[in-house]
Design a protein around this ligand. Structure first.
Ligand code: FES
Length: 180
């Protein structure tokens, strides 16, 4: 995914990116909370560029250090741009029992990037996620937006090779919740 630089975003007359719904304005009687602001920035840009963290901190009346303390405390915030492809490995109980930790090791071996990291070429980000709600298909891996169930190391290798060669990952199944 190509992440636009925040500095290049078109801006409106108030200097804010146009088409962007801010949760707070200078005329608001109360200062905003930092977490929703950071979530909004990440939803828009895919990660938290430093200049956006600085702006969010100022809007919330806190120091940049405090804003980064929040951004680094929650693991759903990204401080670096995501890779073009994202591999998410479920670390929920069912997937763990069925070998998700070994899949994570395998991905790290193949790509040189572990949980929360992006490959140096920017092609892949690797993440672990909580239960995805399709435990009967464990272990579950989500490659970009496609959910793959009962994934083994060989299949994971094939998926990554296909992405590396520019071929989209095949859709084997859609994300579906188990009836529990
Ligand atoms: S534990 Fe992985 S989908 Fe539920």
């Amino acid at each position: 995914m190509k992440v636009p630089a925040s500095a290049n975003l078109p801006t409106s007359s108030n200097g804010r990116p146009s088409g962007h719904r801010w949760l707070w304005s200078p005329s608001s009687p109360e200062r905003p909370s930092i977490i929703p602001l950071l979530q909004e920035v990440q939803a828009r840009l895919g990660y938290l560029p430093r200049d956006e963290v600085v702006k969010a901190a100022a809007a919330c009346g806190m120091s940049v250090t405090q804003a980064y303390a929040v951004a680094t405390f929650y693991n759903f915030f990204r401080l670096r741009p995501p890779g073009r492809h994202t591999i998410r490995i479920c670390r929920g109980t069912a997937c763990h029992v069925r070998g998700s930790a070994a899949l994570l090791d395998h991905v790290e071996h193949l790509l040189g990037a572990g949980d929360g990291e992006t490959t140096e070429d920017g092609d892949f980000s690797v993440e672990t996620v909580a239960c995805l709600g399709c435990c009967s298909r464990a272990p579950v891996v989500v490659v970009d937006e496609t959910v793959h169930g009962r994934v083994g190391r060989q299949e994971l290798t094939r998926l990554i090779r296909r992405l590396r060669s520019g071929v989209a990952a095949p859709r084997r199944e859609r994300h579906e919740h188990d009836a529990r």
